[in-house]
Design a protein around this ligand. Structure first.
Ligand code: C5P
Length: 217
């Protein structure tokens, strides 16, 4: 019989974009709104979980009963995730920037007129992969995969590569970024569940129901 509550469970969620500083006035960012991650945090709290929501820069209210930690960069987010452990479930929804400026300038970088532009990049840590390999790995580690084509095969490869239990693959070829709707496929060791297009809050509710199945009393 499935448990009908997540009470006593700690659910750790990342959401939103990250901002990677270049100099005092510039940063690298992406179009993530944070809506899907915030909706999952709200649904998990409603299901009785203790929820830690590590949020990049977004314009969203904190859901009731959720402990929110605001961060800017990927490395800040990685530290905040580590500080929030242990957790029973981790749901990494954030659109973490793949790259950051190799050197952050103290003063505004001047255009020198030449090409290539003076912006050497370096690769950010993969927070999901790091968590999945850590000693403090949560029992259930869930990643998201925003794809525009070959959605399920890409997600299956990502699940194995990152060591996640589940990947929620979403089709971002339409107006998903910033919009209210989402079309997702839940990819796990047992196969693929194709969910019909639905509101992000309904994706959140259904995902939390599926998580509850993994935590019977
Ligand atoms: O590799 P890709 O960015 O497509 O993977 C997406 C998944 O990995 C998401 O769950 C995202 O939150 C997570 N991720 C992460 N740290 C990164 C890049 C992605 O946690 N640096």
């Amino acid at each position: 019989r499935p448990k009908t509550s997540l009470s006593g469970r700690h659910v750790l969620i990342t959401a939103g974009p990250t901002h990677e500083p270049i100099d005092p006035v510039r940063y690298i960012a992406n179009r993530s709104s944070g809506k899907q991650g915030f909706a999952i945090a709200e649904a998990a709290a409603e299901a009785g979980a203790r929820v830690t929501l590590v949020a990049g820069p977004v314009n969203l209210p904190t859901p009731a009963g959720v402990e929110r930690v605001d961060v800017e960069s990927a490395r800040d987010m990685e530290r905040a995730v580590a500080a929030a452990l242990p957790a029973d479930v981790a749901i990494m929804v954030a659109a973490v920037a793949d790259w950051r400026a190799r050197d952050v300038a103290d003063q505004k970088v001047k255009k020198d007129g030449g090409d290539p532009a003076p912006l050497p990049l370096t690769t950010n840590p993969d927070i999901l992969a790091g968590l999945a390999q850590s000693d403090k790995r949560p029992k259930l580690v869930i990643g998201f995969a925003a794809e525009t084509e070959n959605i399920v095969p890409h997600a299956q490869a990502k699940r194995l590569r990152k060591g996640a239990d589940w990947i929620v693959a979403n089709d971002v070829s339409g107006d998903v970024m910033g919009g209210a709707m989402n079309t997702v496929h839940l990819v796990h060791a047992g196969g693929v569940e194709n969910w019909e297009p639905m509101a992000k809050r309904d994706v959140a509710a259904r995902l939390v129901e599926r998580i509850m199945d993994e935590f019977p009393d």
